[in-house]
Design a protein around this ligand. Structure first.
Ligand SMILES: O=C(CO)[C@@H](O)[C@H](O)COP(=O)(O)O
Length: 240
């Protein structure tokens, strides 16, 4: 594997902004064949998405630092860790996953003050930071984070469960988040991500509602023709 060209904030700043970003959720890879699947997606992915869950903030456990460190040695693409953990451990986990190789860590706004401290810590450790919301949390909860983050992610399904259908609330929530980003004067600097319920029929709706990236799970890993799938994704138009 060649050396990673960019890391941390520089890698996130270099993501394409003139088309949908291809963000691949490694939870939806064949977990027994992670290296094979990473090789298959390497030419197509702009960003890898790794879900981390503590089985308290979420129904179950997902991914851990040693696994992220191993994945980081198999790709030159940036790594986005979505940290779904309780407030009491969010700062320690931010440190552990950045040390393992995360370029961007997104923190739940529901973590409150500890979440804001975790964003500051991520920057001190040389990584980029984002904020993410559960489907039930008012979109306004992102506001205290907007001055300091480069990513806003909105879950479009219940937290920590894959294979679900997109909520009717997902598109209106993206529109609301974009309006808040604009009001904060950060619209051009922040990438807006839709995570959960990413299907052939929902991606055009999410793009039109303002998503800059969608977190691809089974839609990408289950597609035998990834080049065609990505050409379709890159051709989808944003709202005028
Ligand atoms: O976090 C999530 C879903 O909430 C994604 O990261 C999963 O990977 C989605 O998997 P699919 O439902 O698209 O198969």
């Amino acid at each position: 594997m060649t050396a990673k060209p960019l890391s941390g904030p520089a890698a996130i700043a270099a993501l394409p902004r003139n088309r949908l970003i291809g963000e691949f959720s490694l939870w939806s890879a064949d977990l027994a064949n992670m290296e094979r699947d990473l090789k298959r997606i390497e030419a197509h992915a702009d960003l890898h998405h790794i879900d981390v869950a503590d089985a308290r903030f979420t129904p179950g456990f997902l991914f851990f630092p040693d696994m992220v460190a191993r994945i980081a040695r198999l790709t030159v693409k940036p790594i986005h860790v979505h940290l779904m953990v309780e407030a009491e451990i969010v700062e320690a986990q931010t440190r552990q996953f950045i040390e393992a190789g995360a370029d961007l860590v997104t923190i739940h706004a529901e973590n409150g003050e500890a979440g804001l401290r975790a964003v500051k810590l991520a920057h001190e450790l040389g990584a980029e930071a984002g904020v993410v919301l559960r489907l039930e949390t008012p979109v306004s909860a992102i506001e205290p984070f907007l001055p300091d983050v480069a990513f806003v992610t909105l879950l479009g399904t219940s937290i920590g469960v894959k294979g679900q259908s997109l909520s009717d609330q997902a598109c209106p929530r993206l529109i609301e988040a974009r309006a808040l980003m604009r009001k904060a004067g950060r619209e051009a600097d922040i990438i807006l991500a839709a995570d959960g319920g990413i299907r052939h029929e929902t991606v055009p709706l999410l793009r039109a509602a303002g998503a800059d990236t969608v977190v691809l799970g089974s839609l990408a890993f289950g597609d035998p023709d990834l080049a065609k799938r990505m050409a379709w994704l890159h051709g989808l138009k944003a709202a005028a």
